[in-house]
Write a protein that binds this ligand. Structure first.
Ligand SMILES: [Cu+2]
Length: 107
């Protein structure tokens, strides 16, 4: 019986602990998201995509990065309250890959 109650208590606690995180995630989704596609220079091999992706992910506010080696582009989803395309361009440039804006906004 004690074990049963302990398990129940643990599951209740876990649920409670998880709740704020769920709400935080919802808040993040609701915050203003912006997408941008950057054209990248200096991409010479597949490893470059990893370097660029890492550089962009380190920028605060960046939520998703997809680097395409074939098209030499990076698609980025970010919180426009925290960052902007100029900061993203600087991040790739600092990593050795100067970039330029292809699309300022998603469709
Ligand atoms: Cu490379």
């Amino acid at each position: 019986m004690i074990l049963k109650y302990t398990l129940l208590l643990i599951s209740l606690l876990t649920t409670t602990l998880w709740m704020p995180e769920v709400y935080a995630e919802i808040t993040e989704v609701q915050s203003i998201q912006q997408t941008v596609t950057l054209k990248l220079d200096n991409m010479t091999c597949a490893m470059c995509t990893v370097t660029i992706k890492k550089a962009l992910q380190q920028v605060e506010g960046v939520q998703k990065v997809i680097v395409n080696y074939d098209t030499k582009t990076a698609f980025i989803i970010f919180d426009d309250q925290k960052t902007n395309s100029a900061v993203l361009i600087k991040a790739t440039t600092d990593a050795g890959y100067p970039s330029s804006l292809i699309t300022p906004n998603s469709r």
